[in-house]
Structure formats: structure tokens, C-alpha cells
Design a binder for this molecule. Structure first.
Ligand code: NAD
Length: 281
């Protein structure tokens, strides 16, 4: 694999760097401080160790993979990469600024991909001078485990960029699925209304959260109920994405459930706060 870079060493960024290094790429990993980079590297080492224990990787492969990841606080480090994947905080202003900086530092031919869950690829591309080489590369959490990469084509993304990124996803052992740039893409446009409807079921007293999740697990063969999934994603993140769908598509069928709003206002954000629809204390 050609040299790559990942900007943002958080939940998604460290997972993306992990799979790239495992596939043989030299990876520059950029974040704002050495503490954040240390935390990202420690997570990668821990997750690779788990793979070694499960005999999915040898100790030598782990050491070689870790040695291919080069942490840096300098955005200029993306300079030698053929593919740069951005996985910073999901705030439009932050993304646009980071993309401006990546565009300035990257080689002319480099592809700039974003892991955004909800921001328009076309708008992010407009913050650069190379919209034809900007694309959505939406990995799923946890990255080393989940096979899908949703590849999102912005209005100006070239066929060549789509083909290169799809090939790269395959080289990472993932399955690329191509979609067009509309609010929520396919993944969140389909899953978020289901989560929202599950919230309405609880609000209207149709069933308790456990019952809603049991119906979907045992009756529909879902590995996890929609409310447990919402707790895992974070209720604040679900509310944010529903707002993006509601505003972007202008259809009231995406209006966020008032109970979801109330839980976010109360700080019941799911697993990360210890309590959401279910109790994790
Ligand atoms: P996170 O908060 O865990 O990590 C974001 C990282 O970006 C942090 O380490 C932060 O310090 C860093 N960062 C912020 N500004 C930066 C800058 N200017 N330069 C370099 N680094 C910077 O977030 P996450 O959950 O990893 O999400 C990252 C992206 O992935 C978001 O766009 C999110 O929507 C998307 N996403 C998240 C999930 C998920 O389940 N968490 C799933 C799919 C997609």
C-alpha cells in the first residue's frame, strides 16, 4: 500500500490507522497534542494485542504494524501521503479548517477522504482546491472489526478517485459500498429513523426499552436492539444526525423524538455517561 495519513487519533482515527498499518502502509497519524496521540497509539497497541491473543496476527506482525505508524502534531506530516483520511471532531467549521490545511500540505495528486457521519462531502470538497479528489470514506465503529466502508461520492468527485478509494478499502480487507452525497448517506438515513421510532415507542408507552430491543433482536434478527445501539453510538450523536436529516431533507418524518431531546438535555447520553435507555452503572 502507498503511504497514507490519518488526521484525528480518536475513536475512529486510531482504528483507521490500525487497519492501514496492518495492511502494510506507512501511516502518519496527526492530532493536536502528544497526549492525544499517545492515547491513540495505546489503543492501537491494545487492540493489536487482542488480535495476537486470538491468533489473528503474530507478535512480529504487530510490532511491524505499530512501527509503521508515525504520530505527529504537525499537519505538514501528511505531505508524503497518497491518501489522507480525516477523522477529526464532527463540527463543520473544524472540518473545513482542517481540510484547508490538509489541502495546503498534501501533494497535488493526493486523495483527501473524510470519515464524517453527517457533513456534506460536497461542502467539505469546496473548502479545497481539488474537489474531484475529495471523497467520503465512512468507516464503521469499531474499525478493525466492521467490514463496511461506505464510499460517498461528492458532486464533483471523479470516477478515478472513487475507483482508487474502493481499491484501497478492499486492500484494507473491507467491503466498499458506493453511495451519493445526500444527508445521512445510506447508513444513517436508514438506521436513525429506526432508532427514532424506537424512542417514540418508549415515549408513547408502547413498550419498555428492554422490550423494544428484544422485539428487534429476537424477531428481526438484529444483533443489537435499536436503543442499545443508540446508547452505544451516543444519544447526543443520534440527535445531531437526526437534526441533519430533518434540516437537510426538510421532511418531518425525521423530526427527533422529544424523549431523545429530553434525555440528551439531562445528560443521559448512553454508555459514555453510564446511562441512556439502559443503565451501565
Ligand atoms: P473523537 O472525538 O474520538 O476523535 C476526534 C479526534 O480529532 C480527537 O482526538 C481530536 O483531538 C482530534 N482533532 C480535533 N481537531 C483536530 C485538528 N484540528 N487536527 C487534528 N486533530 C484534531 O471522534 P470520533 O468518534 O473518532 O469521530 C471522528 C469522525 O468520525 C467524526 O467525523 C465522526 O462523525 C465520524 N464517525 C464516528 C463514528 C463513531 O462511532 N464514533 C462512526 C463513524 C464515523
Amino acid at each position: 500500500m502507498k503511504p497514507a495519513a490519518v488526521v484525528g487519533a480518536g475513536t475512529m482515527g486510531n482504528g483507521i490507522a490500525h487497519v492501514m498499518a496492518q495492511a502494510g502502509a506507512e501511516v502518519q497519524l496527526v492530532d493536536l497534542s502528544s497526549e492525544l496521540l499517545d492515547r491513540g497509539m495505546a489503543t492501537i497497541a491494545k487492540n493489536m494485542e487482542r488480535q495476537v491473543k486470538k491468533a489473528r496476527m503474530t507478535a512480529e506482525q504487530r510490532d511491524a504494524s505499530l512501527a509503521r505508524i508515525h504520530p505527529s502534531t504537525d499537519i505538514g506530516a501528511v505531505g508524503g501521503a497518497a491518501l489522507i483520511v480525516e477523522a477529526v471532531t464532527e463540527t463543520p467549521e473544524v472540518k473545513f479548517e482542517v481540510f484547508g490545511a490538509i489541502d495546503a500540505a498534501a501533494e497535488n495528486g493526493a486523495i483527501l477522504a473524510t470519515n464524517t457521519s453527517s457533513i456534506s462531502i460536497t461542502e467539505i470538497a469546496a473548502a479545497t482546491g481539488r474537489p474531484e479528489r475529495v471523497i467520503g470514506m465512512h468507516f464503521m465503529n469499531p474499525v478493525p472489526m466492521m467490514p463496511l466502508v461506505e464510499i460517498i461520492r461528492g458532486l464533483q468527485t471523479s470516477d478515478e478517485t472513487v475507483a482508487t478509494v474502493a481499491e484501497t478499502a478492499k486492500a484494507l480487507g473491507k467491503t466498499p459500498v458506493e453511495v451519493n452525497d445526500y444527508p445521512g448517506f445510506v447508513s444513517n438515513r436508514v438506521i436513525m429513523p429506526m432508532i427514532n421510532e424506537a424512542c417514540f415507542c418508549v415515549m408513547e408507552g408502547v413498550a419498555e426499552p428492554e422490550a423494544v430491543d428484544d422485539v428487534m433482536k429476537l424477531g428481526m434478527n438484529h444483533p443489537m436492539g435499536p436503543l442499545a445501539l443508540a446508547d452505544l453510538i451516543g444519544l447526543d450523536v443520534c440527535l445531531h444526525i437526526l437534526n441533519v436529516l430533518h434540516e437537510g431533507l426538510g421532511d418531518d418524518k425525521y423530526r427527533p423524538c422529544p424523549l431523545l431531546r429530553k434525555m440528551v438535555a439531562a445528560g443521559r447520553l448512553g454508555r459514555k455517561s453510564g446511562r441512556g435507555f439502559h443503565d451501565y452503572s
